[in-house]
Write a protein that binds this ligand. Structure first.
Ligand SMILES: Cc1ncc(COP(=O)(O)O)c(C=O)c1O
Length: 404
């Protein structure tokens, strides 16, 4: 049994989530449910490995041992039955940098890169910062959740200057795990139109409720030939501060283009603690991950139950994966500014603003429930109490919390 219920103070640890609240929300003491890291301790085996290495007081240039590459190959085979070779891997300080390198490696200024909003904000910025065009294929909301608009995707990928498709799988913020049938259609469209798929799979190890992740590149040999996969232990084992990620590309030409750029900028080295943490986690921490997933499932189910019982004006779809809830406040009929201000000033809550996720984000907020249940529960109470004090109580049927 691991202690996911343990409340740990993170203030003063250079934590963005805690120590940057004033900068983000204008208030230093909002309850932080923003940014995607968790408030849990890393697996004990990871902590021990780091402590042991840290006891040696020299931290010079350090190579990446074969065991580290092997740990990645074994991990993706064990979890996704995906057979990869160590030679297909290149390290990076993060997945976002990989998205940025991919834009630079595979497109020219003015070229189009397809994204499916609402989506993780850097998907837009890494395109715009390099003077490329964001081409949107907005996800469609249906009664049963978000789906991909394949007809539109077919249409917008046709022009020759649309070169790359950014896939987010599982999808942040809506929590969809794309099914093999959906990946097959994306693959066929991109193959038809000579579009390279850059598949951000950073949340893939956190599939919940029996959902199964399928790496895009594992769909077929042909799809693998046009795909660069980006992965990381950062979300899975709460290691974001150790800046460790990697790409996998079996097509030598795609790999060469990425490597030329990354090695040219000297950014392909891995950090000593990052790689050590990753290989330890991948080799020794399956049981921790299994327990974490059960804990997250429970947090999600309890949060959804609470919202249904006490805040029926707020809609939420059960995510297939991740520790992020995509909350729909549209029935409150507030402007985004009013909503943000209400949540910060009245409810004392720091969520991620839905508008930052682009088209389809207005009226939404993203809540991070990767924290002890007592903390999540306090946040939900606060939301409910604030809502009930305003005339929102009358207008939208919110009530004093019950059934927690
Ligand atoms: C979809 C997605 N990609 C990438 C990242 C960040 O990756 P990294 O910290 O490795 O740059 C996040 C973090 O929230 C994310 O949700």
């Amino acid at each position: 049994m691991y202690q996911f219920d343990k409340v740990i103070s993170r203030e003063g640890t250079q934590s963005v989530k805690y120590d940057n609240r004033e900068c983000e929300f204008g208030e230093p003491d909002v309850m932080p449910f923003w940014i995607a890291d968790m408030d849990f301790e890393v697996p004990p085996a990871v902590h021990n490995a780091i402590m042991k290495r840290a006891a040696h007081p020299v931290f010079g240039y350090t190579g990446t041992p074969n065991v580290c590459y092997d740990s990645i190959c074994n991990w993706v085979f064990k979890r996704y039955s995906w057979q990869i070779e160590p030679e297909w891997i290149e390290f990076s300080t993060g997945v976002v940098p990989l998205l940025s390198y991919a834009v630079q490696a595979f497109t020219m200024p003015g070229d189009g890169v397809v994204v499916q909003p609402p989506v993780y904000p850097p998907f837009f910025s890494v395109i715009r910062e390099h003077d490329r065009r964001v081409i949107e294929n907005p996800l469609r909301e249906t009664a049963t959740g978000y789906v991909i608009d394949f007809d539109n995707l077919e249409e917008i990928t046709r022009p020759d200057d649309v070169k790359v498709f950014f896939l987010c799988n599982p999808h942040n913020p809506v929590g969809r795990v794309w099914r093999p049938s959906e990946l097959e259609r994306i693959g066929a469209i991109c193959l038809n139109n000579n579009v390279i798929i850059v598949s951000d799979e950073i949340h893939c190890d956190l599939t919940l409720f029996d959902n199964q992740h399928t790496p895009m590149a594992s769909m077929s040999h042909d799809v693998a030939q046009i795909t660069v996969t980006c992965m990381s232990p950062g979300k899975t084992f709460n290691l974001a501060g150790l800046s460790t990620a990697y790409l996998i590309a079996s097509n030598p030409s795609l790999l060469k283009s990425m490597r030329r750029l990354m090695r040219g900028c000297h950014v392909n080295t891995a950090s000593i603690f990052g790689t050590l943490a990753m290989q330890t986690a991948y080799c020794m921490c399956d049981d921790w991950l299994s327990e974490l997933k059960l804990y997250l499932e429970n947090n999600i189910l309890q949060s959804i139950d609470f919202i249904k019982n006490n805040l029926s004006s707020v809609q939420v779809v059960k995510p297939d994966a991740t520790f992020l809830l995509w909350l729909d406040f549209r029935s409150w009929q507030m402007t985004q500014q009013e909503l943000k201000s209400f949540l910060v000033k009245e409810a004392r809550l720091g969520f991620n603003d839905g508008m930052c996720f682009g088209t389809g984000g207005e009226g939404f907020m993203r809540m991070n429930i990767g924290a002890p249940w007592s903390v999540v529960q306090e946040g939900l109470f606060s939301l409910c109490e604030a809502a009930s004090q305003l005339d929102i109580h009358e207008r939208f049927n919110s009530s004093v919390p019950q059934n927690v």
